[in-house]
Design a protein around this ligand. Sequence first.
Ligand code: BGC
Length: 411
Amino acid sequence: MKKFLSTLAVSALLASGAAKAAELEVVHWWTSGGEAAAVAEFAKAFDAVGHKWVDGAIAGGGGTNAIPAVVSRLLGGDPMGATQFNHGRQTEDLIQEGLFLDLTELAEKEGWRDFVFPSSLLDACTYDGKLYCVPVNIHSWQWIWLSNPAFAKAGISVPSNWDEFVAAAPKLREAGIAPLAVGSQAWQSTGMITEVLAVAIAGPDAWSKVNVDKDAGVAGGAAYAKVFEAAANARALAADISVTDWNLATAAVITGQAGGQIMGDWAQGEFAVAEQVAGEDYSCLPGLGVNPVLSLGGDAFYFPKNKDADMTAAQLELASLMISKEVQVSFNLKKGSLPIRGDIDLSSANDCMNKGLGLLADGQILPGGNMALSRDTIGQIEDLMVQFWNDSSMSATDAQAKYASIIASAD
Ligand code: BGC
């Protein structure tokens, strides 16, 4: 049995201040253009204080490859210095195994509860009263991204809601434009249907009943039947373009090959790298223009326990940097996400980020799916959605019935 640093040792490290230079392997899944630009801000800040960021990127959007690889390394006793997860319930089993450093003392010393906004982001990092992660952003799934030139080419105005988007599809097709771009990885169709279409079409209350209360009656009921009909419709609208990665679907919107993409606001990082301007080159509709809302999912870093005090001190320093004002601004502007601090000025935020900030200020928020459902339940839903998405003979009714039965036994 390996000996890890005790809580007492963490206190001593916090009291002693600056850490000796250390190399820290940081695992994440940020490999698209916008993502890489954003994570470089973390690396730059960490290297600037004398440490060395050893980049452990694992390609595959949404953590498709990184999450299973990290879980197996951690359970196999091969910890990295730090690792990304989506904050919420993804790490419950790993926390129970005692694999992560407890950040409670650091957070108390730096007063994280006083400035993290909304504070539910810290709750998503808390297990049994102890804090195990540093949230670094708010990434909402609740958006559609639209190519302004694509609609201009089709001779129609940019839609202002989902129904107008659906109605515009034939004109887009006449102009040789694919209506909807969706990548083939399971998490993409799953997020689109169970997060975005569900909130836009069944509404935030029905979404909460299904995801938070695990109400299978609502999942199998009339409001959700409309969600699955819309999903079958989206499946047909997405048939003209075939890509795997989410950022290739975003690229199709950027180049005007596709009219739109339903995707989280990490897509903004790609528009930024392509030097496109929100409101001019592209448009964004939170809640598909139907139920504007921001979901509070996002990313967080966890710090696996290790046997080396210098390494632990460097881990705490990285956690502290990631949540600092300067790094929150530089990272989130590149990432397209919203900062997790309520006390910073984001004057350079673009149109779409400002819409997100407005929803946050108005309290139009929902938890992210990863905050409500366990990793196992999400895995089951992804298996179903990928089957539904890839097999046009699977009806909306059939998919809904299977979904409701997963919710019935969800935890
Ligand atoms: C993460 C984003 C990331 C996206 C695509 C999501 O799970 O929260 O930060 O950009 O996956 O890779």
